[in-house]
Design a binder for this molecule. Structure first.
Ligand SMILES: [Cu+2]
Length: 229
């Protein structure tokens, strides 16, 4: 399963010590230099560095660390994006872990969300006063996110995942949901999109697989039984 929470926790456990270490190093050096080399007269200091080697080493270390962080971050993102195409991009354990269970097409609009389930022929959409509910099964779900007007952002804090929704473009990624739960207002728009942006929420309901299939069947039956509008 694509575990975005774990992925970002792992990344944070690398980023935080590095950021903390750099902060303490700079703070320590600054204090040391201020105290050790403070001068009582107001002579201007020489502009040129007298330690080109030290600066070169510092620059090199910085570049290597930054490149490493970029690599790790992009690896995580590509795993999330590859999740949906697991059967073509990977084999074995990774493949079964990343294989999607269902597809959901997400359309953002001012100020509402629409969730289409192509395999089931059903749609979840808010009424404008009612918050829509994103219903997903436990396991991997492959999302394709777009917008019909301005830029919005699909954000589920519980999953530690946020992705912009652009008009005329689909952002595809896979999220894994680990256990049944219901989170009121568990999804948000995270890109300021106008007057009612703050109310552009959706609820998130995670069902176990059997319950999800039952929900989808009854939803479909209800839609089919309704007289044409
Ligand atoms: Cu929005």
């Amino acid at each position: 399963m694509v575990d975005t929470r774990q992925q970002y926790e792992d990344l944070l456990s690398i980023y935080l010590p590095i950021a903390g270490g750099v902060f303490l190093l700079i703070l320590g050096l600054l204090l040391f230099l201020v105290l050790r080399y403070r001068s009582s007269d107001d002579r201007p200091t020489e502009g040129r560095s007298r330690a080109p080697v030290a600066e070169g080493v510092y620059g090199g270390v910085l570049t290597v660390v930054a490149a490493g962080l970029v690599y790790l971050t992009f690896s995580v993102m590509s795993e999330q994006e590859a999740g949906g195409r697991a059967d073509t991009v990977s084999t074995g354990e990774v493949s079964s872990r990343a294989a999607p269970t269902i597809d959901i097409d997400v359309t953002a609009a001012r100020w509402n969300w629409r969730f289409d389930y192509p395999r089931y022929g059903i749609t979840q959409v808010g009424t404008g006063t009612d918050t829509p509910t994103l219903v997903v099964p436990v396991g991997n779900v492959r999302f394709a996110v777009t917008s019909i007007d301005v830029v919005h952002s699909f954000f589920i804090p519980q999953q530690r995942y946020k992705r912009d929704a652009f008009p005329e473009r689909f952002n595809r990624f896979t999220l894994g949901f680990d256990r049944p739960t219901f989170i009121r207002g568990g999804g948000k728009c995270a890109e300021y999109c106008g007057l009612r942006h703050a109310y552009m929420d959706f609820d998130v309901r995670v069902l176990d697989r059997a319950a999800f299939e039952r929900w989808a069947r009854s939803k479909r039956a209800a839609a089919a039984g309704r007289p044409p509008a």
